[in-house]
Design a protein around this ligand. Structure first.
Ligand SMILES: NC(=O)c1ccc[n+]([C@@H]2O[C@H](COP(=O)([O-])OP(=O)(O)OC[C@H]3O[C@@H](n4cnc5c(N)ncnc54)[C@H](O)[C@@H]3O)[C@@H](O)[C@H]2O)c1
Length: 384
C-alpha cells in the first residue's frame, strides 16, 4: 500500500489485521504515533516484534546540544520506549541503529495492576506461559513406535514440529530411516531405530538407545499395531497370539520399559494408540482378536494412568476411528470403505493429520491433569 502511513495503519486495524513483524522507518517525528497506534490497536501479534530503523541516527541522538530535529525526535522515541512498561527493547548498534521491540509477558508487567484485571493464572498464564506456549515440546525427547508409516509417521512429524527430538521406531528399517530423514529435512532432531516391539530385548534396546543418545525419555508414543480378520469361530490361536503379542503385550512392554525411565525422572507422558474398536464392534469385518486386544490397551492405559500419576507419569490413549492408512488397504478391507462411510456422521474416513493435534496435546504439559483417558477421534462413528 502507498499513501500516508497512518491512513494505512487505520485501514489495517479496522480490517482486524495482525502482524508478526512491523518495520518502522522514515518520518521520524511520527515514530511515537505509529508505535502507539500499533500497540494500542493490537496490530502486533502476541509474540510479534517491532523493528525500528535509524534509532541511533548515526549516534547523533547522543549529541548533547543537538538541535537536529530528527535526532531529537529519535531521542524522545527511544526514551518513550524505555519507559513503556508494555514492552522491552534491544537496540542493536549497527550502522544507524536498529531497535527490536516486543511486548513483555504479562508476568513482568505491573502496568496492569492499575486496570481492573483478575491477577491469576488465567490472566498471566501458567508460569507466565500462554496456552500455545504450554503445548510446545521444546527440549523434550519422544519416540514413536510404528513410526515408519501411517498414523505413527504423522505422530512423529507432529511431535517434531512441536519441538521434540524424535526417535522413529519401526520393525521396517527402511521406513524408519526414511521418516527420520523427513524430520531431519524439516530441522527436527531425529534418529531411526529398528525394533520389533513384540520382542522384549528389542524394546529394552530401543529405550537404552534413546536414553544413551538424548539422556531422557519424556514422551513415549506406543503406536505400533496389527490387524487381522477372521470369523471368531475360525480365529486361530496363532492369529490371536500374533495380534496380542504386538498390540497388547508389546504395548505393555513399551509402557513398562519407558515407564521405568520416566518414574525415575519423575516425569513422563505415555500415549498409546488404541482404537474405536475398543468401544464398538466395527462391522461387517470380523476382527475378534484385534477388538479384544485394543480393549486391553484401554484398560492397560487406565491402570497405568492411575498407578503412576502420583509419580509424574501420565498415561493416556488415542482411539482413532477408521483412518485412511495402508492398514485398511488390504484386499479384505478395501471393498468395505463405502459401507463404513454410511456409518460415519462426519461423512469421510479420518486422515492421519486429523490425529496430530491430539498427540501433541497429550504430550504437552497442557494435558497434565489428564490420565487414563481414552481420547476417541472417529468423526462421530461410535455415536451412531
Ligand atoms: N488405520 C486405522 O484405521 C486405525 C484405526 C484405529 C487404530 N489404528 C491403530 O493405529 C496404529 C497404527 O496404525 P496404522 O494404520 O498407521 O498402521 P500401518 O499398518 O499403516 O503402520 C503400522 C506401522 O507399524 C509397524 N509395525 C507393525 N508391527 C510392528 C512391530 N511389532 N514392531 C515395530 N513396528 C511394527 C509397521 O512396519 C508399520 O510401519 C495401530 O496400533 C492400529 O491398530 C489404526
Amino acid at each position: 500500500k502507498t499513501g500516508p502511513a497512518m491512513d494505512t495503519l487505520k485501514e489495517l486495524a479496522s480490517a482486524g489485521e495482525q502482524f508478526d513483524i512491523v518495520f518502522i522507518d522514515a518520518d521520524k517525528p511520527n515514530y511515537i504515533n505509529y508505535y502507539n497506534f500499533i500497540i494500542d490497536n493490537n496490530l502486533l501479534r502476541l509474540r510479534g516484534v517491532i523493528c525500528v530503523d535509524n534509532c541511533l541516527f548515526k549516534a547523533k541522538v547522543y549529541l548533547k546540544d543537538t538541535t537536529y530535529s530528527n535526532g531529537l525526535a529519535l531521542r524522545e522515541f527511544n526514551e518513550f520506549i524505555s519507559n513503556d512498561p508494555r514492552v522491552e527493547q534491544v537496540i542493536v548498534p549497527l550502522r544507524d541503529g536498529i531497535s527490536l521491540i516486543r511486548r513483555v509477558s504479562v508476568t513482568s508487567q505491573n502496568s496492569f495492576s492499575q486496570c481492573n484485571t483478575t491477577d491469576d493464572e488465567v490472566f498471566r498464564g501458567v508460569k507466565g506461559r500462554s496456552i500455545l506456549d504450554r503445548m510446545h515440546l521444546d527440549g523434550k525427547v519422544a519416540y514413536v513406535t510404528g513410526g515408519g508409516q501411517g498414523i505413527g509417521r504423522a505422530f512423529a512429524h507432529a511431535l517434531g514440529e512441536a519441538g521434540a527430538k524424535v526417535a522413529v521406531v519401526d520393525m521396517d528399517q527402511g521406513k524408519a530411516e526414511t521418516v527420520a530423514k523427513e524430520l531431519h529435512l524439516k530441522g527436527i532432531h531425529a534418529i531411526s531405530i529398528t525394533a520389533d516391539i513384540s520382542r522384549s530385548d528389542d524394546v529394552q534396546r530401543m529405550v537404552d538407545t534413546i536414553v544413551s543418545k538424548w539422556g531422557a525419555i519424556h514422551i513415549a508414543c506406543n503406536n505400533a499395531g496389527i490387524n487381522m480378520n477372521s470369523a471368531s469361530e475360525e480365529t486361530s490361536l496363532e492369529e490371536w497370539d500374533r495380534t496380542f503379542n504386538v498390540n497388547l503385550r508389546g504395548t505393555f512392554m513399551c509402557c513398562q520399559a519407558a515407564g521405568r525411565v520416566m518414574l525415575q525422572q519423575g516425569y513422563g507422558k505415555i500415549i498409546n494408540t488404541a482404537s474405536m474398536a475398543s468401544l464398538i464392534v466395527p462391522h461387517p469385518q470380523k476382527q475378534l482378536s484385534y477388538n479384544t486386544s485394543k480393549a486391553g490397551v484401554v484398560k492397560l492405559t487406565q491402570t497405568l494412568g492411575t498407578e503412576w500419576i502420583d509419580r509424574g507419569v501420565r498415561v493416556n490413549c488415542i482411539s482413532p476411528g477408521i483412518v485412511d492408512t495402508p492398514l485398511i488397504h488390504s484386499e479384505d478391507l478395501r471393498p468395505l470403505v463405502q459401507r463404513w462411510l454410511s456409518d460415519i456422521p462426519a461423512g469421510r474416513l479420518a486422515q492421519v493429520t486429523d490425529l496430530q493435534a491430539a498427540v501433541v496435546y497429550l504430550a504437552s504439559e497442557a494435558s497434565d491433569y489428564m490420565t487414563g483417558h481414552n481420547l476417541v477421534i472417529e468423526g462421530g462413528q461410535s455415536l451412531w
